[in-house]
Design a protein around this ligand. Structure first.
Ligand SMILES: N[C@@H](CCC(=O)N[C@@H](CS)C(=O)NCC(=O)O)C(=O)O
Length: 224
């Protein structure tokens, strides 16, 4: 029986980080997908509407994906000390920032039609995201522009794979990168380059990761 609970959104890359880490570390957990417009539960647990939240065995609740993973990774299997190297962290964060804009512009219009959303949460998400990006349907019209933006960043990533990100072993950086790219698998016309697809699938396997598990599984206990 799982004793910890993960409150998450299926589409959220920061939540995916924690799901991947739980899988890699083989920690069973109860999966609780919150509706995007549910404000009360996260506010009560962590005083802000932000997921992921991990509820520990002692009933305490924590957010911030990397801090959660640090606490979970007791044997340091993910080389968490890398996060203390400011230069390396900045490089990875810069890469994720470059990925974020085209990936989110492409994925958001599709995320809202996955079973994670209902009418009410879809409207909440749409209103929030359209303030910054404009109508989500217009983003779909601009897809070739975003594909073009994505290509050189994918090539830059590919050049750093050895076979993991600047490393012969899977580290926390790979989990950060894979979770940010994962959303592109739902984009109907997009195909990752072979090397990036192989990298992502390897991480998926090592993390026993199943993106849409919660839509199809009868149990909310994940037992990696
Ligand atoms: N620094 C946080 C970021 C988490 C975050 O930004 N979560 C987003 C979902 S992707 C969120 O909860 N947003 C709430 C909202 O926008 O209403 C972490 O690493 O856990």
């Amino acid at each position: 029986m799982a004793t910890i609970q993960l409150y998450h959104y299926v589409h959220c890359p920061f939540c995916v980080r924690v799901r991947m880490a739980l899988g890699h570390l083989k920690v069973p957990y109860e999966s609780i997908v919150l509706a995007y417009d549910e404000e009360e539960i996260p506010l009560e647990m962590c005083q802000k509407k932000m997921l992921p939240i991990l509820k520990w065995e002692d009933g305490s609740a924590q957010n911030e994906s990397l801090e959660i993973i640090e606490k979970l990774d007791k044997k340091n299997l993910l080389q968490m000390e890398l996060l203390k190297d400011e230069k390396k962290v900045k490089e990875v964060e810069d890469l994720l920032d470059r990925f974020a804009s085209p990936i989110h512009n492409l994925c958001m219009p599709y995320w809202i039609w996955t079973p994670e959303f209902d009418e009410s949460s879809r409207t909440y998400f749409r209103n929030k995201k359209e303030k910054k990006r404009g109508p989500l349907k217009d983003l779909i019209q601009r897809k070739s522009e975003f594909f073009k933006e994505l290509e050189p960043i994918i090539n830059d990533l590919l050049a750093e794979l050895d076979p993991y990100y600047k490393s012969p072993y899977l580290t926390i950086f790979d989990i950060m990168i894979a979770s940010h790219l994962w959303g592109m698998y739902i984009f109907p016309e997009y195909q990752f380059k072979k090397g990036v697809h192989a990298y992502l699938q390897d991480i998926k396997n090592q993390c026993a990761f199943d993106y849409h598990r919660d839509y199809f599984s009868e149990s909310n206990v994940v037992n990696p």
